[in-house]
Design a protein around this ligand. Structure first.
Ligand SMILES: [Zn+2]
Length: 344
């Protein structure tokens, strides 16, 4: 279903709110596939990404394109483990809750697809400017993730998605997507941090700087309202069209930063909006979250693949079985695959 996005990659590029010089004339070779994961290792296990987009080098992307895979069974597992209790605690009202219930899952899938396929593939670096890991250094990753998120956000609230047959009601879906992004970026992702910690991880940083920037820039028009009710904080979006515009402005700016390699602007954006946490709000969020037993991060066990042999020792089938437990699997890995010395 998401193939329609890669088929229309050029439309998204042409209609993105970027400066003309920063757009690609021809977006090449963007492919998107959903795969079923049979096992993961290294830094993709036991906690895992939900999608992978390669290569990272912009010059290769520009010339031959890029590939995205979305990890279908991982996304399904996440969706089935969501706690509606936690959602109820942090939504501002019943309407926000119902919209998330009705559209949240599809909105997340579409955001991931737009982020991976359209987001990372979009835009170009000015001639003579280096790769972002050289120009933007330690901020390159969070800038790039935020830019891809913003491209997704910009098009999530857009009738084009309905035209392409991806959604039944673009406005309801876009509304749910914006509610969820702001709720997470300004509040609920804080359950992953200990009180007093800064935000360090690139994606968490970008979700905060995107949300906090939009909150501040929209303050004079009350685009996003900080509500306090019975000692609890909520964020309510009053003007979705304005927020859509703000996301477009920030997208244009992040693309400018990337295209020009503007380190100073990048550092200011990330440090001013994406790193520090409001201590009072953080303490409140942790307190409200205490009642929910589910962990803030999810980990996955790998299925155990057991070959079935015939009399000649040929494999005739592979049986997919579950390990006894996560701990048992880790101990088994240590016993059978621990090839490196523990002390060098
Ligand atoms: Zn990404």
């Amino acid at each position: 279903k998401m193939k329609v996005l890669s088929d229309n990659a050029q439309w998204f590029e042409d209609n993105a709110p970027l400066m003309e010089d920063h757009k690609k004339d021809s977006v090449v070779g963007v492919t998107y596939k959903v795969v079923t994961v049979a096992g993961e290792s290294g830094d993709a296990s036991p906690s895992t990404p939900i999608g992978v987009n390669l290569p990272n080098a912009n010059w290769i992307r520009k010339e031959v394109g890029s590939k995205s895979v979305s990890l279908g069974n991982i996304i399904n597992a996440y969706n089935n483990s969501r706690s509606s209790g936690r959602l109820k605690e942090f939504v501002n009202d019943e309407e926000e809750y119902e919209l998330e219930k009705a559209h949240g899952e599809l909105a997340d899938k579409l955001h991931t697809a737009l982020h991976e396929v359209i987001g990372h593939a979009s835009g170009q670096i000015n001639p003579g400017v280096g790769e972002t890991k050289e120009t933007l250094k330690n901020y390159a990753s969070t800038l790039e993730e935020g830019r891809a998120d913003l491209l997704g956000l910009y098009f999530l609230y857009n009738p084009k998605l309905q035209e392409l047959g991806l959604v039944d009601d673009w406005k309801a879906l876009g509304t749910a997507a914006y509610d969820g992004y702001i709720r997470n970026g300004l509040m609920t992702q804080l359950i992953r941090l200990n009180l007093g910690d800064d935000v360090e991880e690139a994606h968490m940083r970008n979700r905060q700087w995107v949300s906090a920037w939009a909150f501040e820039k929209g303050a004079k028009d009350n685009v996003i309202e900080k509500v306090n009710r019975d000692g609890k904080t909520y964020f309510n979006i009053n003007d979705y069209d304005k927020l859509h515009e703000l996301f477009g402005q920030l997208l244009r700016e992040t693309q400018r930063i990337k295209s020009e390699g503007d380190f100073a602007a990048c550092e200011a954006l990330v440090e001013d909006y994406g790193v520090k946490v409001d201590q009072e709000l953080h303490a409140e969020v942790l307190e409200r979250n205490k009642q929910f037993p589910s962990a803030p991060y999810s980990g996955f066990v790998n299925p155990v693949l057991v070959p079935e042999m015939n009399g000649d020792g040929e494999i005739t089938a592979i049986n997919v079985t579950q390990p006894e437990s996560f701990a048992a699997q880790m101990l088994d890995y240590k016993k059978n695959y621990s090839f490196l010395p523990e002390v060098n």
